[in-house]
Design a protein around this ligand. Structure first.
Ligand SMILES: CC(C)(COP(=O)(O)OP(=O)(O)OC[C@H]1O[C@@H](n2cnc3c(N)ncnc32)[C@H](O)[C@@H]1OP(=O)(O)O)[C@@H](O)C(=O)NCCC(=O)NCCS
Length: 236
C-alpha cells in the first residue's frame, strides 16, 4: 500500500502552515459521508469547510498537535484528552458556526455534541480528531505514515488512542493499525453512522515483549491477526 514515490516524512506543523493545513482538511473532507450530509451542495461545502477548518486548525495549533507530511499533502490533528487533560473550548464557537453555516449549522452542532457525549472520559489518551489526505494523494501510504508517527509517540508513553471513523474502508485502515471497534452512534437521526475506535495502550510483559491492554468492557475486539502481524502495533 505504501508507494509514495519521493521520500516523505512527518513534521510538526507551525502557524506558518495554517493555510495549507486548512486547505488539505477542507479538500479531504469535501467528499465522503459526513461532509455531504453536513452540507449536501458540493460547491457550498467546498466554500464553507475551508474557514471552518481554519478556525479548528488555529485551535489545534494552540492546544493540540498538528502534523503534516513534508510534501504538504496529508495532515493529522490530535489532542491529549481524558485523565486530567482538558482542552479549552473555542471562544464563541457556537455563534461562529451559526453565522458561517446558517441553515447547515444544526448538523455541525449535532456533530460536536454527539462526539463529545460519546467521548471516553476517563483514561488519558490521544484523540485523533482529523486525518486528511488530498484526494489525488490518497491510498499511497500518507495516512498510514501519519498514523505510525502518532502511534510511536503513544506507544513510547503507553497511551491509548481514540478516533471516530466513518465507512468500512476507513475502519479497515484503522483496524490494520491496531484500533478496535466500539459501539457505533449516529450524528443525528438519518445522519451518518460514526464508528468510534480505540487503540489500547501498549504494555510490556515482565519478559520485555510488548503487548496491548485488553479492550475496555463493552467494546468489540476487531483486530485481525493480520493487523498484529504487520508490525504496525509493535513498532514503538
Ligand atoms: C482515510 C484517509 C485519511 C486515508 O489516508 P490514505 O493516505 O489514503 O491511506 P493509506 O494509503 O495509508 O491507506 C490506504 C487505506 O486507507 C483507506 N482509504 C483510503 N482512501 C480512502 C477514502 N477515500 N475513503 C475511505 N477510506 C480510504 C482504505 O482502507 C485504504 O486501503 P485500501 O487501498 O487497501 O482500500 C484518506 O483517504 C482521507 O483523507 N480521506 C478523507 C478524509 C477522511 O475521511 N478522514 C478520516 C476521518 S478523520
Amino acid at each position: 500500500m505504501t508507494d509514495i514515490a519521493q521520500p516523505v516524512a512527518v513534521r510538526r506543523a507551525s502557524v506558518q502552515d495554517l493555510d495549507r493545513v486548512a486547505d488539505v482538511l477542507a479538500k479531504a473532507f469535501a467528499n465522503g459521508d459526513k461532509g455531504s450530509w453536513l452540507i449536501p451542495d458540493g460547491h457550498v461545502r467546498s466554500r464553507l469547510l475551508r474557514p471552518w477548518f481554519t478556525l479548528l486548525t488555529k485551535h489545534a495549533l494552540a492546544y493540540g498537535h498538528v502534523h503534516v507530511t513534508t510534501d504538504g499533502e496529508a495532515v493529522a490533528v490530535s489532542f491529549m484528552r481524558g485523565g486530567n487533560q482538558t482542552v479549552p473550548d473555542i471562544p464563541g464557537y457556537n455563534a461562529y458556526v451559526e453565522q458561517l453555516f446558517g441553515t447547515y449549522a444544526s448538523g455541525f452542532r449535532a456533530l460536536n455534541e454527539v462526539t463529545e457525549l460519546h467521548h471516553p472520559p476517563d483514561t488519558k489518551h490521544h484523540y485523533l480528531q482529523f486525518l486528511g489526505v488530498l484526494p489525488h494523494a490518497q491510498r499511497r501510504g500518507r495516512g498510514s505514515l501519519l498514523l505510525d508517527h502518532l502511534h510511536q509517540h503513544a506507544d513510547r508513553r503507553h497511551l491509548p488512542c481514540y478516533l471516530e471513523s466513518t465507512g468500512t474502508n476507513q475502519t479497515a485502515l484503522y483496524a490494520r493499525h491496531g484500533y478496535q471497534m466500539q459501539a457505533t452512534f449516529l450524528i443525528a437521526r438519518g445522519g451518518p453512522l460514526l464508528q468510534p475506535m480505540w487503540r489500547p495502550a501498549l504494555q510490556r510483559r515482565a519478559s520485555g515483549l510488548p503487548r496491548c491492554l485488553p479492550p475496555k468492557s463493552g467494546s468489540q475486539p476487531e483486530v485481525t491477526s493480520a493487523a498484529w502481524r504487520d508490525g504496525s502495533v509493535l513498532a514503538a
